[in-house]
Design a protein around this ligand. Structure first.
Ligand code: HCA
Ligand code: CU
Length: 492
């Protein structure tokens, strides 16, 4: 049974009645949109590595950058285009011929030509008429097609554009040779139902021959929901960035969208989901944007369970409090212990720490944990060990002997009686001497002030007639057990 079949989470709940086509494509724009995150600068080596990781993960398209931004960005776009990746590599360009010229020089597969179509952008930013915009779209798309490039057209700020003009702009791009249109929710203003209506409207006016991308900004935390709604309505490509990077609050995260498509919609898009933590951590380091502890899929807390009721449920069946299993994304779950913990969680924790208790001891430990954890925020494994030691009256942490202790195993020559040798050893300053079964017939415990002194003692043992061979282990740490009823050495 493969991992996906094993999930079956909706057995317990409901199945979404809306399907998303299994042909859906995932475009990653960490290197373009993601580098537009405040304070983010990816080095060339990092960009290449990120592109390689994304390719291995299985994204279908990689938007590698906007070559006109700088020489360094152009160099990176070219280097990525020349990696021989499975994914289609794109350059993001303004609707200007010189921009496309630069993309051509980078050997990319496709250009994403963008220009704003909303009146507010036309008036205040571009200072151009609608006619001028349509000309720019037609000329730039045509130019790219004439240079052998595939073209996606992005009406920037599409969701705030006059619908009539938006359709006109998209038609113009289509006529000039664009085969994809990206619905850019540039300021993150849509809701999921708004996005659905938007996609349907576009399809109604543009027909089925144009493929639709959804590019959703997260200004109101709706980027992933809007993206899914767009796909449900028939868009067939979704834009994402690792860790949801991007301008302001970023866009749809690669981790959330890839897992949602798999788990919620039951699609097997061939993504290596267990690479997500590695990719996320790599981008975290390279970008300097720290992953939040509660970030979905990749945050530290994503699979941690705390309250007693939750942990008892999870220990009985993880599906009680997990929408998908952490091993789907190469992670493990954590059962936390603090004042919220119940017996099941504490028992599990103790087991993990190698401490086995009976029911009565467990109850006492749980009670003590609640008392101690009521007084402080951070409650560590060390605290649990300390409480268990107190309840069980043992030491789990071990103490380094104040003297040098040795465990000396002796092999006896077959022509000698073992007890004859033991009697001679008893005359030496050893702590204990045992006759044993197995490879060595005698084991002695010795202690000395120093290693040379222990060595002298060993020499004396070896001088005894009939000792064929010795094997000595230095004791590093000594532990008490529940049955320790004597102490053969003084521990300080
Ligand atoms: C931007 C442009 C863009 C383009 C999206 C796309 C947007 O604001 O820098 O090409 O699909 O959000 O409008 O990222
Ligand atoms: Cu954007």
């Amino acid at each position: 049974m493969n991992k996906l079949e094993n999930q079956n989470f909706f057995d317990l709940q409901f199945k979404p009645d809306v399907k998303i086509s299994g042909d859906v494509l995932l475009l990653d724009t960490t290197l373009r949109e993601g580098e537009q995150t405040p304070n983010v600068f990816f080095k060339l080596e990092d960009k290449i590595k990120i592109a390689q990781l994304l390719d291995e993960f299985g994204v279908h398209m990689i938007e590698a950058g906007c070559p006109t931004v700088s020489k360094g960005v152009k160099e990176a776009v070219k280097a990525i285009a020349e990696q021989g990746l499975k994914a289609e590599v794109l350059a993001h360009v303004r609707a200007k011929e010189p921009d496309i010229e630069e993309a051509v020089e980078c050997n990319v597969d496709r250009v994403a030509v963008f220009i704003a179509t909303s009146d507010i952008h036309l008036e205040f930013k571009l200072k151009k008429s609608r006619e001028q915009i349509l000309d720019m779209i037609y000329n730039s798309v045509k130019y790219a097609r004439n240079h052998g490039l595939k073209v996606r057209f992005t009406p920037e700020d599409a969701t705030r554009s006059d619908p009539q003009f938006l359709i006109e702009a998209c038609h113009t791009a289509y006529e000039a040779g664009a085969d994809r249109i990206s619905i850019a929710d540039t300021v993150g203003m849509l809701t999921p139902s708004g996005m659905k209506g938007f996609v349907k409207f576009m399809q109604h006016h543009l027909g089925n021959s144009v493929d639709i991308d959804v590019h959703c900004h997260n200004d109101l935390g709706l980027a992933a929901a809007n993206a899914l709604a767009g796909l449900e309505a028939g868009a067939n490509c979704v834009h994402a960035t690792v860790n949801g990077l991007g301008e302001r609050t970023g866009i749809t995260g690669l981790e959330e969208i890839s897992v949602a498509l798999t788990v919620m919609y039951g699609l097997d898009l061939g993504f290596k989901l267990d690479m997500l933590p590695k990719i996320a951590r790599y981008v975290e380091r390279a970008s300097g944007v720290v992953i939040g502890q509660q970030a979905v899929v990749i945050g530290d807390y994503a699979f941690s369970h705390k309250a007693g009721i939750h942990t008892a449920g999870v220990l009985a069946n993880p599906k009680t409090y997990e929408v998908f299993s952490p091993d789907l994304v190469g992670r493990g779950r954590q059962i936390l212990v603090d004042r919220y913990a119940g017996k099941k969680a504490v028992e599990q924790k103790l087991k993990e720490l190698g401490i086995i208790v009976n029911d009565d001891q467990l109850s006492q430990i749980v009670q003590k944990i609640k008392e101690v954890a009521d007084t402080k925020r951070n409650f560590y494994d060390e605290d649990i060990i300390e409480i268990a030691e107190e309840v069980l009256q043992v030491s789990f942490r071990g103490i380094s002997p104040s003297k040098v202790m040795g465990l000396i195993s002796c092999k006896v020559d077959s022509s000698y009686h073992t007890s004859y040798i033991v009697r001679q050893m008893s005359a030496l300053p050893l702590d204990r001497v045992y006759e044993t079964s197995g490879e060595y017939e005698i084991v002695a415990i010795a202690q000395a002030e120093s290693v040379p002194e222990l060595n002298d003692l060993l020499e004396k043992i070896r001088e005894i007639d009939g000792i064929a061979h010795t094997n000595t282990k230095i004791i590093l740490k000594q532990f008490e057990t529940m049955n320790s009823n004597y102490s053969h050495t003084q521990l300080v």
